[in-house]
Design a protein around this ligand. Structure first.
Ligand code: TPP
Ligand code: MG
Length: 200
């Protein structure tokens, strides 16, 4: 067994912009906190931003992937958020959604609440957990080259797939244009299913 000691040097906003540029018509779910703020800089009707529910991003992505089997679904979330919902790996592995990908922006900290270190700084490898849960592919990337190399897997690889993307500890302003959770849900749903979608 080897313990990875490389540190992340990628910039999280650059990573998000790189992934957004390749997203095509993929549906995206962003975890609470910084990945939602990162995505907010490229606000998109096909993005559902979680806004307070920590640990729910991967399971929201699973539900979406099962409901929309012809669409690619990409969950973008933080290491702390993914650690809180780590049991999702088991359910996703058991369900084997071919169209689901997860990208964890791993800064090894809970940045929004004050940069407390997370478990990924202390030897916990999320990619290993996902592999142990029967993901089709799961890897950790550290460099621009590795990021570029994993993009085809995120957007085209037979799922479920995971990329843990190690980033530096740079923090950005916490801003989001739309703060109403119900409106965020309705906006995403109407865009996906049509404006006359039933709500009962
Ligand atoms: C159940 C619950 N516990 C704690 C919080 C407070 N909280 C909000 S964001 C956050 C940190 C998230 O860390 P991570 O997912 O790693 O995101 P990043 O480091 O990119 O900000 C925490 C602890 C919360 N919103 N809900
Ligand atoms: Mg983090």
């Amino acid at each position: 067994m080897t313990t990875e000691t490389r540190k992340g040097s990628l910039d999280r906003r650059h990573v998000m912009a790189t992934i957004q540029a390749k997203r095509g018509d993929a549906l995206m779910v962003t975890g609470l906190g910084s990945t939602t703020y990162d995505a907010g800089t490229a606000d998109h009707l096909n993005t559902f931003c979680l806004w307070g529910g920590m640990g729910a991003a991967a399971m929201t992505g699973l539900g979406l992937a099962l409901a929309q089997p012809d669409r690619r679904v990409l969950v973008m979330t933080g290491d702390g958020e993914m650690l809180m919902g780590m049991g999702a790996f088991a359910t996703i592995g058991a369900q084997q959604p071919k169209n689901l990908a997860i990208a964890v922006i791993d800064n090894e900290h809970y940045s929004e609440t004050g940069m407390q270190p997370t478990h990924t700084q202390r030897g916990v490898c999320l990619a290993s957990v996902a592999r142990g849960c029967s993901f089709a592919a799961a890897e950790t990337v550290y460099s621009e080259e590795e990021l570029d190399a994993v993009l085809p897997t995120l957007f085209g690889g037979s799922g479920p797939v995971l990329a843990v993307i190690k980033v530096n500890t740079q923090r950005y302003p916490m801003s989001i244009r739309l703060r109403d959770g119900a409106r965020l849900k309705d906006r995403f749903r109407e865009n996906l299913l049509g404006a006359d979608v039933a709500y009962d």
